[in-house]
Write a protein that binds this ligand. Structure first.
Ligand SMILES: [Zn+2]
Length: 73
């Protein structure tokens, strides 16, 4: 099999697993620590650098409560 194709499949697998893992985490910790409003979360996957950028944003306070980078492997 083409080596680059194998690498692509591997990245997509981790991306999916990480999203599901996050969903469970979000269900338990998805409220703003300041006002209790449900946070809006965004995930951006950077395949070139190889990490996921996660941001939680409170629509009420207009603050960004956290920004993290998760390695894909
Ligand atoms: Zn808030």
């Amino acid at each position: 099999m083409d080596k680059s194709q194998t690498e692509m499949n591997r990245i997509q697998y981790f991306e999916k697993a990480d999203t599901e893992k996050h969903r469970e985490f979000i269900n338990s910790q998805s409220n703003c620590v300041l006002c209790g409003t449900v946070l809006e979360l965004t995930h951006a996957v950077d395949h070139i650098v190889g990490h996921i950028r996660e941001e939680a944003h409170c629509p009420s306070c207009e603050v960004r409560t956290r920004a993290r980078f998760h390695p894909l492997n």
